[in-house]
Design a protein around this ligand. Structure first.
Ligand SMILES: [Zn+2]
Length: 479
């Protein structure tokens, strides 16, 4: 009998049993089907670092080993004998470079969709996302993020909208679906004073039995049951700015703290749960070429990976998946030396350059928020020093001043122009360079363990993960 590997099947990028049996390939051996049946998962924890290029993961590992003498939870997984690892192809239905809506929809409903759409297939038909299927099976459901809770990545597991920008509608859909735990930013999409229709979604959630909380103290005190926590009108602050401001620390919980609350609550469901946890602002930092924002948010994401590993320790009923939806701007620690940097003369100086990032106090976004077109050279120098402990040279201050006045003269046109000019000047000191300011087509890292993970390996299409999860959970998927 010819041997058939599910992984070969997954490599084709097709998801769903119907495609399998019309492909001319033999059915999986009965023993393998039985093995998958036995390995059925009770819970799925899906962790996504949004916009994480491989360089981000590498630099985070190097930072932790150097500063704390330990590695990341993510790369620590690679020592597990039961770990499955793959590269993931994230292309969308209409582009080799996906956005977060199409990427999360691919995981959420099993179909490649066009950029900007959430669980609407290219044929214009909505597809049921995994949290709706999990709810129908009586499972607990949760979404945790550092973006607005209605942002594209969490929405891809629960919402169906033709345009990701429709976050007010996504906030309504979460209530209709009955997602048990919702934690993140985006209070303005629930607030009657901010919503265009004036609807008080906070009151509607409370009437439906949700505890509705707006700060970390409220989160700690929330009674058992369903929970909506929004800790900022917009996205939650970058981790580097968060830790620098005691008022923010008191008000806004970390991603790991939110993840622990969600896991503890969802674990109470006897039928198990599906939970997505997103580190969202890695992507935003990459768009702005902001190495401090990027590194410290990836560290905060890794703490959330640690929280998931604590939960999964000693259990054999939980499928854990850790990945990214796409690369972004492909940051990398370059060898110092030559004309690349005037603050490090050779490759041997690279570590000293990178160590400067560990001493950053604020993000680049914070630094430029305090400057404008009228800022003087002295003000620029002072603000840069407050954020980074660095002292810019005169020509660098002048370059940043031009950028703030929108008079900069870069070779290629980029978004976030003053931020990118600042980020590129900082490369003179940190030796961290960037390829651009947008998402990239690069394959992403995928690590998984637990029941169902045996299907993962090689080069996998992002939409194949939907089938991995629904088969592991035994969820019925409508044709
Ligand atoms: Zn992005």
């Amino acid at each position: 009998m010819p041997s058939f590997s599910r992984r070969d099947f997954l490599r084709t990028g097709l998801a769903g049993g119907a495609a399998l049996f019309t492909s001319g390939l033999p059915a999986p051996a009965a023993t393998e089907a039985a093995r998958i049946e036995q390995g059925r998962a009770r819970n799925v924890i899906f962790l996504v670092s949004d916009g994480m290029s491989l360089g981000t993961l590498t630099m985070t590992e190097r930072h932790l080993r150097r500063q704390e003498g330990r590695g990341t939870h993510w790369l620590g997984l690679y020592d597990r004998p039961d770990l499955r690892r793959a590269l993931m192809d994230t292309c969308s239905a209409n582009s080799p470079v996906t956005d977060s809506a199409a990427a999360s929809s691919a995981w959420g409903c099993g179909h490649k969709v066009k950029n900007g759409a959430i669980n609407y297939a290219p044929d214009g038909r909505p597809r049921p996302p995994i949290l709706r299927l999990a709810r129908a099976a009586g499972k607990g459901t949760g979404l945790v993020t550092t973006a607005t809770i209605t942002h594209a990545t969490p929405a891809g597991f629960a919402a169906q909208v033709e345009a990701r920008a429709d976050e007010g509608l996504i906030a309504e859909q979460y209530l209709e679906v009955g997602v048990d735990v919702l934690l993140g930013g985006g209070a303005k999409f629930f607030d009657p004073a901010k919503r265009t229709d004036g609807r008080d979604l906070f009151a509607d959630y409370a009437r439906a039995g949700y505890a509705v909380v707006r700060d970390a103290a409220g989160l700690r005190a929330a009674p058992a049951g369903r929970l909506l926590g929004t800790f900022d009108p917009e996205h939650l602050p970058f981790s580097l700015d968060h830790r620098a401001d005691p008022a923010l620390v008191a008000k806004v919980p970390t991603l790991a703290a939110m993840a622990r609350v969600a896991l503890a609550r969802l674990a109470a469901n006897p039928r198990g749960f599906v939970l997505q946890i997103e580190g969202a602002r890695i992507d935003h930092a990459a768009h702005s070429n902001d190495i401090g924002g990027l590194l410290f948010d990836q560290l905060a994401f890794d703490d959330a990976v640690g929280a998931a590993l604590e939960f999964a320790a000693g259990r054999d009923d939980t499928l854990v998946i850790v990945t990214s939806d796409h690369g972004n701007s492909n940051p990398g620690l370059n060898g110092a030396g030559g004309s690349f940097t005037s603050r490090g003369g050779s490759y041997g100086d690279t570590q000293d350059c990178f160590d400067r990032v560990a001493r950053f106090r604020q993000t680049n976004v914070w630094a430029l928020a305090g400057l404008g077109p009228d800022s003087t050279a002295a003000q620029i120098r002072e603000r840069v020093h407050a954020a980074t402990a660095l002292d810019f040279e005169d020509d660098e201050v002048e370059m940043l001043r031009h950028a703030l006045r929108k008079e900069h003269r870069e070779g290629y046109r980029v978004r976030n122009a003053p931020l990118v000019a600042y980020g590129q000047i900082l490369a003179n000191y940190t030796s961290v360079g960037w390829t651009g300011t947008q998402h990239t087509t690069d394959y992403t890292e995928l690590a998984a363990f637990g029941p169902g993970s045996e299907e993962i390996g090689g080069l996998i299409q992002n939409n194949a993960l939907f089938g991995v999860m629904t088969r592991a959970l035994g969820l019925a998927v409508p044709a």
